[in-house]
Design a protein. Structure first.
Length: 146
């Protein structure tokens, strides 16, 4: 497995250990991890702190040149909000651990010029399937479903 996706999975496991939703992400710039994050909505009482947003936040302010050479690794297909952040900053590549349990606006993101690499990783699928089965209400809250 790719070291960057392994780092994203480690972030997802951190979130789960903290009582949160097991989604992790890392922002890679020029082959180095610039930011790490995991879903912290539960832990921080946040409306927006998805894993991708947390990774972008932890990277801090970057230049347009940094984003243009970046890749966003995430254990789960990004939602509309997180996909929008990638579009806003012009991140050219999103590497997705899995999109079986949730699929964000992938076709739209591709239509805007971002390359998506979907790994269909069994560990990412297991993390989410187990979590959703045990916590359907919390999961629905996270993705904005009643």
């Amino acid at each position: 497995m790719d070291a960057f996706m392994r780092a994203a999975i480690e972030e997802a496991e951190k979130s789960l250990a903290e009582g949160g939703i097991p989604i992790g992400s890392v922002l890679v710039v020029d082959g180095e991890i610039a930011g790490r994050g995991h879903n912290r909505r539960v832990q921080r009482g946040s409306a927006i702190l998805h894993a991708e947003m947390d990774a972008l936040e932890s990277a801090g302010r970057l230049s347009a040149r940094d984003y243009a050479s970046a890749a966003l690794y995430t254990t789960l297909s990004p939602c509309d909000m997180c996909s929008g952040a990638a579009l806003l900053y012009g991140i050219p590549l999103i590497v997705i651990g899995e999109n079986r349990t949730f699929r964000g606006p992938e076709d739209y993101v591709r239509s805007r010029g971002i390359e998506l690499a979907i790994l269909d990783d069994a560990e990412c699928v297991r993390l989410m399937r187990d979590f959703i089965a045990a916590n359907p209400g919390l999961w629905n809250e996270d993705i904005g479903r009643p």
